[in-house]
Design a protein around this ligand. Structure first.
Ligand code: ADP
Ligand code: F6P
Length: 325
């Protein structure tokens, strides 16, 4: 077993607020433990380009309150190939980097797992995606901030909706994950939520809006999860008009959800995960992930966190339905 002395950290996939807190914790925990820490710019693409720099204590000063990532991030097709990963492993070896910490989603974790399996590079994954959709962890860094951003936006939209007695379809991010839509729906008192895990029930949406109008509601908000591609809300708008003659306005929140200063929850969990990731490497846990289970940060085998979550706690759907009568 080789002693780990030099470690590197990178961000991969979509950025998420709190990534900077995790980077800061990795760097300062590493240095505190006597390790040398390196930052890789632009994810796996930067690794393949050799875009690697030494990070000291000051290089991560004054970053934890900022969204995005000081290391930048990317999606990298070349790393999907065995050739690309071989080149990345060779580069790490040439730079005498003993281990890699990857902050990202399930795709980034799959890349890290392959790097470990094919080239024996010790890796630790830190879950960072606003979608909160990685198997094996109840939480991924950035989710709380994205929900906060969306809730603030929907509250503003509600002002206009009320003033003009309008129906709005507000589209939130989440790709195949219902997590953001569900939480935002509950926290904004939405009349209906459209999730990517179920067929769209237009009769129910129309009935919910109609019931609200009849009991004197001055507005309706439908939260729609974007699904595979952005723009589902336009389809919903058209169908409501064509089938029921209902007029609805569309607002796609887009990337404002992913930016901005991380919430205290994201700062705390990211800091704890960053620290634990370094401790895992020092303790020779060579292919692990930091996870959040039963309200605590813990360590898990990376292989248990490689898939997108396909089971969500749908008791929140029940709650939303019960409260939006
Ligand atoms: P996320 O990590 O947020 O799920 P992506 O799925 O876009 O984001 O993955 C980010 C990057 O991780 C990809 O661009 C690619 O470089 C790498 N990656 C994703 N899936 C794999 C895979 N199956 N094998 C190797 N690398 C992968
Ligand atoms: O995975 C995070 C996420 O923000 C998804 O919610 C969204 O579908 C996707 O990334 C958008 O990706 P990008 O803006 O990077 O193309």
């Amino acid at each position: 077993m080789n002693e780990i002395k030099r470690i590197a950290v990178l961000c991969s996939g979509g950025d998420s607020p709190g990534m900077n807190c995790a980077i800061r914790a990795v760097v300062r925990t590493g240095i505190g433990a006597g390790l040398e820490v390196f930052g890789i710019q632009k994810g796996y693409a930067g690794l393949l380009e050799g875009d690697i720099r030494h990070l000291d204590v000051s290089s991560v000063g004054n970053i934890l309150q900022h969204g995005g990532t000081i290391l930048q991030t990317s999606r990298c097709a070349e790393f999907m190939t065995a050739e690309g990963r071989k080149e990345a492993a060779n580069l790490l070896k040439r730079k005498k980097i003993d281990a890699l910490i990857v902050i990202g989603g399930d795709g980034s974790f799959n890349g890290a797992m392959k790097l470990h399996e094919e080239h024996l590079i010790p890796v630790v994954g830190i879950p960072g995606t606003i979608d909160n959709d990685i198997d094996g962890t109840d939480y991924t860094i950035g989710f709380d901030t994205a929900v906060r951003n969306a809730v603030e936006a929907v509250d503003k939209i509600r002002d206009t909706a009320n003033s003009h007695a309008r129906t709005f379809i507000v589209e939130v991010m989440g790709r195949r994950s219902p997590a953001i839509a569900l939480k935002v729906g509950i926290c904004t008192g939405a009349e209906n939520v459209v999730l990517p895990i179920a067929a769209i029930d237009y009769d129910k949406i129309a009935a919910d809006i109609d019931r609200g109008i009849k009991r004197g509601k001055t507005s309706s908000i439908i939260i729609a999860a974007e699904g595979e591609v952005e723009g589902i809300s336009h389809t919903i708008q058209k169908n409501l008009k064509d089938k029921f003659g209902l007029q609805a306005h569309v607002c796609i929140l887009g990337h404002i959800q992913r930016g901005g200063n991380p919430t205290p929850t994201d700062r705390l969990i990211a800091s704890q995960m960053g620290q634990m990731a370094v401790e895992a490497l020092i303790g020779n846990q060579l292919a692990s992930a930091t996870v959040f289970v039963q309200g605590k940060v813990a360590l898990s085998p990376l292989k248990d966190c490689l898939r997108k979550k396909n089971e969500f706690d749908l008791s929140d759907v029940k709650l939303l339905t019960a409260l939006s009568i």
